[in-house]
Design a binder for this molecule. Structure first.
Ligand SMILES: *Cc1c(COP(=O)(O)O)cnc(C)c1O
Length: 386
């Protein structure tokens, strides 16, 4: 590792490559047809990558709008000077309508009660609140059932404080090529949009594509695509890999805070689940733990990289620390080994020399998806932008 950048108060950090964010955003901009808008999804602090910094890069690389999951995430973007339209991908508590109007954040809407409260709030200050109609076409998560979309619109459209700026749905199986349920959802959405338009009502921007649908079904772009995970350089499924080149933006690193070479039989960590099996094994400590998103179920199963070498993590991962083992016996090594020293940089996720550990590798060990891996690393670790 050349000259690592790290925070001064803790030898543990997340590195975000903003050039990768820029490249990925530009790649999606090229993938989406001309005239179709790109909404960049920066919920959960941009999937752990830092919403404000990422949004600033994305807006310069082709983002037309942003999407968030909570009211506070939207407020954070506004306070940072983001001026593009912001969509909240859920219907928040009615108590938040004043904040939505004041900060010009468009909620997703699917209950009459919420819609009318929003309209009242806007009208009381001489404004019109823009919202997107969420349509449930088969995922059974949020939205008005697709069969009831027109009726719902008719029940709120009288309100002068409301304007429908968009109509959208979300797919449950866009990452499964040729999936029948995907086709059914897509048909239901088309039907709902058609019924609203035929009744002479304005749908606003019509959108349904997440990352996999944007890549696999370009014909479904409608007026806007909502891209999330791909912007961070990760694929939602193996089937999108052949269609678009992406650069992972997040690496996770720490530095060694202690190295010892214990006697054979010495135990390591809570429960002493690992015991030093032979002489010449270094046990090194890194100050990253499960409170930083390094899931405890990775204990004794994951590898880390140090000085371009792959080492096995040993013992249970603690809340704030973990240990790994470095075999420094030259007789057992297939190539010259470099012993670990205090202060060495350790890569938990990312590249070091010829070695690489990706979010997908960690997700596989944890039996989860790369989305959860990067969100978790956003929990507590300080971020360094490179
Ligand atoms: C999270 C989310 C997205 C983005 O999904 P990706 O798979 O990350 O592209 C799009 N739309 C909605 C409604 C979402 O909740």
């Amino acid at each position: 590792m050349s000259q690592p950048l790290y925070p001064s108060t803790r030898w543990a950090w997340v590195e975000i490559d903003l050039e990768a964010i820029r490249q990925n955003t530009a790649a999606f901009r090229r993938c989406i047809r001309r005239g179709v808008k790109m909404m960049c999804v920066v919920k959960a602090d941009a999937y752990g990558h830092g919403a404000v910094r990422c949004a600033q890069v994305m807006r310069r690389s082709g983002a037309d709008q942003f999407a968030v999951a909570t009211v506070n995430e939207g407020v954070q973007l506004r306070n940072a000077g983001i001026q593009e339209p912001i969509l909240l991908l859920s219907e928040p508590p009615i108590d938040s309508v004043r904040t939505l109007v004041d900060y010009d954040i468009m909620p997703s809407v699917y209950t009459q009660e919420f819609a009318l409260a929003l309209g009242e709030c806007a009208a009381s200050s001489g404004r019109v609140a823009r919202y997107h109609l969420a349509v449930d076409t088969g995922m059974t998560r949020i939205g008005v059932n697709w069969k009831d979309a027109l009726e719902f619109r008719r029940s709120i459209d009288f309100h002068r404080g409301l304007q429908c700026a968009g109509t959208f749905t979300h797919f449950a199986t866009a990452d499964v090529p040729g999936d029948w349920d995907f086709k059914a959802q897509s048909d239901h959405f088309a039907e709902a949009v058609r019924s609203i338009k035929e009744a002479g009502l304005e749908c606003g921007l019509v959108h349904c594509d997440n990352t996999p649908a944007t890549v696999l079904y370009p014909e479904l772009d409608y007026d806007m695509a909502r891209v999330g995970i791909g912007l961070y350089g990760l694929h939602p499924a193996d089937c999108t890999r052949d269609h678009i080149d992406l650069v992972p933006a997040m690496s996770v690193r720490g530095r060694v805070t202690r190295v010892v070479e214990p006697e054979v039989g010495t135990g390591v960590g809570y429960g002493l689940t690992y015991r030093v099996p032979t002489p010449n094994i270094q046990i090194a400590t890194v100050p990253i733990g499960y409170a930083d998103g390094l899931a405890r179920e990775l204990s004794n199963r994951m590898d880390v990289l140090v000085n371009g070498q792959r080492c096995g993590q040993v013992g249970r991962i603690c809340m704030d620390k973990f240990m790994f083992a470095m075999d420094v016996n030259p007789v057992r090594a297939d190539r010259p080994v470099r012993p670990v020293r205090y202060g060495d940089t350790v890569t938990i996720m990312g590249a070091d020399g010829d070695e690489y550990i990706g979010a997908d590798d960690i997700a596989r060990l944890r039996d989860t998806i790369n989305y959860e891996v990067v969100c978790d690393f956003g929990l507590r670790l300080e971020r360094v932008y490179v």
